[in-house]
Design a protein around this ligand. Structure first.
Ligand code: SAH
Length: 357
């Protein structure tokens, strides 16, 4: 049993079952035992096999897309280049290297990272050594001005609540105890006004998920962008209003039972892109279409970039790896379809590159 499992077992025995969201939050960010707060993520350096870790092309293309938007919006001075949930800092390092060639961009922007985990901040400091970067705990702390913002696999780390449809309402799925071990249990059915829009399309037994932390972050960013300009691009795995239990644990690259090793596995859930779009539109931002990652990266020119890099690779093995990385990011059977991109911007500004206009 992991140390965090013991902590949670004791707490549940005293105060009763906890929501999946509270369970996820403890597993990821518990001050001493959380997955993102402990050293375990770094011991196995390869734990993050996210898109920016697969190839430098991902961060380069996203950086250049943000710089293109900056130009499309009239090259504003005192703009912020921002990443939320930067992991190891690789995306930002690649974005900064690529955008150094965009005239005026580096002088006009300051770089900001929003990161909740002190341990990951330390890793980001190493990756970005020599760069002028400011860290923030929350998006509320970002300075005024247009935001040119990217977040990759950030929303999937935000805790979700799960509800099971029953004949008499919605039963929240909770983490409780069975024979002394962590187990999923269900609360009594209740009417949930926030799930009214899911009633027509679900049947008893279906599970739906909501991410309570998503709207505060998205609405704050959308309100700012609608008022002050810039844009935000979110990339993640998920879909438009998905149905079913998508809580997933990944431990040493292998899927695991989400209750098996709290604090020692990465826990994520599919992102509901409709929730991003609705929340951003409600704040007066223009929202793009949800676009599959493969299509998005193709439109940004990943294949041309891949060819240029390929020509410079010295040996067969590195060329093979490079081609595999390109395929992994874009192919529909790899990350190309499961992962999606969406962006929001000010109504008076052009649709960002990579999205259908
Ligand atoms: N974007 C990176 C890492 C994704 S992992 C990549 O693509 O490789 C999720 C990241 O979000 C981690 O850096 C984690 O510490 C951070 N994070 C999780 N919850 C957060 C929160 N509430 N506020 C800020 N950062 C958070």
């Amino acid at each position: 049993m992991t140390p965090l499992a013991e902590v949670l077992r004791r707490r549940i025995a005293e105060t009763g079952p906890m929501s999946v969201a509270d369970y996820m939050a403890e597993c990821l960010l518990h001050p001493t035992h959380g997955y993102y707060t402990t050293a375990s993520v770094f011991g196995r350096a390869g734990d993050f096999t996210t898109a920016p870790e697969i190839s430098q092309m991902f961060g380069e293309l996203l950086g250049l897309a943000l710089a293109q938007c900056w130009m499309d919006q009239g090259c504003p001075e005192q703009a912020c280049l921002v990443e939320i949930g930067p992991g190891r800092g690789t995306l930002m390092a690649d974005a900064l290297r690529a955008t150094a060639q965009v005239p005026g961009f580096a002088d006009a922007t300051t770089t900001h990272l929003v990161e909740a985990s002190p341990r990951l901040r330390a890793v980001q400091e190493e990756t970005l050594a020599g760069r002028a970067v400011t860290w923030h705990d929350r998006v509320e702390e970002l300075p005024d001005g247009p935001l040119f913002l990217v977040a990759n696999e950030f929303l999937d780390a935000l805790p979700i609540r799960q509800f099971r449809r029953s004949d008499d309402g919605w039963q929240e799925r909770l983490v409780g105890l069975r024979d002394g071990a962590l187990a999923f249990v269900h609360a009594d059915p209740r009417h949930e006004p926030d799930l009214a829009h899911r009633e027509a399309e679900t049947r008893p037994g279906d599970i739906v998920e909501v991410c309570p932390a998503l709207s505060p972050v998205v609405s704050r960013l959308a309100a700012r962008i609608a008022a002050q300009g810039g844009l935000a691009i979110f990339l993640d795995y998920g879909d438009w209003r998905s149905i079913g239990d998508t809580l997933q644990a990944l431990r040493s690259h292998a899927p695991d039972d989400p209750l098996a090793a709290p604090g020692q596995a990465d826990l994520t859930a599919h992102v509901d892109f409709e929730a991003i779009a609705r929340t951003a539109a409600a704040e007066g931002a223009a929202v793009t279409e949800m676009t599959p990652q493969g299509v998005f990266l193709e439109r940004l020119g990943i294949t041309e970039r891949a060819r240029a890099l390929l020509a410079r690779l010295p040996d067969e093995e590195s060329r093979r790896n490079h081609i595999a990385a390109h395929r992994r990011l874009t192919h529909p059977q790899e990350m190309g379809s499961l992962f999606k991109a969406i962006a929001f911007h000010r109504h008076s500004t052009p649709v960002p590159p990579g999205f259908d206009s």
